[in-house]
Design a protein around this ligand. Structure first.
Ligand code: BMA
Length: 371
């Protein structure tokens, strides 16, 4: 009886409630915990604007010190920087988009020191066939789970990821917190970890195994874990492959505008943002737009209308615009924020000036790594 009362008191105590609202890694570093709490807070003030590979290259340039398409057009660097690990698992010195891992490390540490946030995705090759992430060979997830024929290969790939993540450390020895986003867009079927290639139980097991391995075997405690789908239409669909509240810090989704009908896209986007907000609130997680883009940006005022009008109705902690690859092999152009002279440049600047999206200067003021 006494024991029961004590238990009840503990459950009702602020200590217990607080422990319900911490990162899923109980040993998360001080800066990682602070980032988690601060992102939960800052989402009510505005969303941090994020851009993939921002400092490495843009449209018509590569590796120019200090250059960024975001800075050139909006007037400031992004508040969050997205990076990608694909091919690290193969011991290559550059990722699948040609970014040298050495430069990536330097950019990451520098951005952290200037108050920005880091998120990392991983388009890892297919461990069963050795082909790319887009090779949906049946049975890949089964093969890399414990007991599977490629489990050791997968573990050796995680060792390499862990080694890189462990090197994200300042001169003073502070580990740079990273929002790690593995197995993204898992409700689509274009990647080998996608919906038609494994069961919900298998992908959940893979997510849990990966996290446990990085945390317990590799001792990494500077990671927040992001779970993210592609477009989704209901909470049930979103949660079908969700590994559980004790494994996830950030809930997000990816969306690309593929219609020129602004109304149609707005409606769809706004609905998903609403669902995301309420899933995050119900599960006490940080909601984010983990990737977005309107390829080619053909509408001059898209930022201050379609994009901004939907975002301000909601409380995403951040929104990541995908990469400004520029002209790719084969001549196709790929970019999701404007570059100098691009049609939506002036509007992007206007969007920045409204303060609705938070760029680096505002992010730094939020002191995201301080309690
Ligand atoms: C895709 C494209 C590809 C790129 C891949 C991984 O969406 O941008 O060009 O290789 O992401 O970053």
């Amino acid at each position: 009886m006494l024991l029961q009362r004590l238990l009840l008191l503990f459950i009702l105590s602020p200590l217990f409630c607080q422990s319900q609202d911490n990162p899923v890694d109980p040993l998360a570093t001080t800066e990682t915990k602070a980032l988690y709490h601060n992102l939960k807070q800052s989402r009510t003030k505005g969303f941090l604007f994020c851009h993939q590979d921002d400092l490495a290259y843009g449209v018509n340039w590569k590796y120019v010190e200090g250059k960024s398409d975001c800075k050139t057009t909006a007037g400031d660097y992004p508040g969050i920087y997205g990076w990608e690990l694909g091919r690290l698992e193969l011991d290559q010195s550059q990722n699948l988009d040609g970014v040298p891992f050495e430069s990536m490390r330097r950019f990451i540490i520098r951005s952290f020191e200037s108050g920005g946030v880091i998120t990392i995705s991983w388009h890892l090759n297919n461990p069963l066939t050795g082909k790319s992430a887009w090779d949906p060979a049946p049975g890949t997830v089964t093969a890399i789970l414990p007991g599977g024929s490629k489990h050791d290969v997968y573990k050796s790939w995680l060792d390499k990821v862990a080694y890189f993540l462990n090197s994200l450390k300042t001169d003073r020895g502070v580990m740079v917190p990273v929002i790690f986003r593995p197995f993204h867009e898992l409700n689509g079927s274009w990647f080998w970890w996608g919906k038609n290639h494994c069961s919900p139980a298998e992908i959940k097991a893979l997510y849990r195994f990966t996290e446990t391995y990085l945390r317990s075997n590799k001792n990494l405690h500077h990671l927040l874990y992001a779970f993210n789908t592609d477009k989704f239409y209901s909470k049930e669909e979103y949660l079908e492959r969700y590994p559980g509240d004790e494994w996830v810090d950030v809930v997000g989704f990816d969306i690309y505008q593929r219609t020129n009908d602004q109304q149609v896209f707005f409606k769809e986007f706004d609905t998903m943002l609403g669902l995301m907000d309420s899933i995050a609130d119900e599960h006490k997680k940080i909601p984010a737009l983990t990737e977005f883009g309107y390829g080619g940006l053909p509408v001059a005022n898209w930022w201050t209308t379609t994009f901004s009008n939907a975002m301000v109705n909601h409380n995403m902690a951040y929104a990541l615009a995908w990469r400004n690859a520029g002209k790719k092999e084969g001549g196709e152009m790929e970019f999701y924020i404007p570059y100098e002279g691009q049609l939506s440049e002036a509007d992007f600047r206007k969007f920045h000036d409204t303060g609705k999206g938070l760029f680096l200067k505002q992010a730094a003021k939020l002191n995201l790594y301080r309690k």
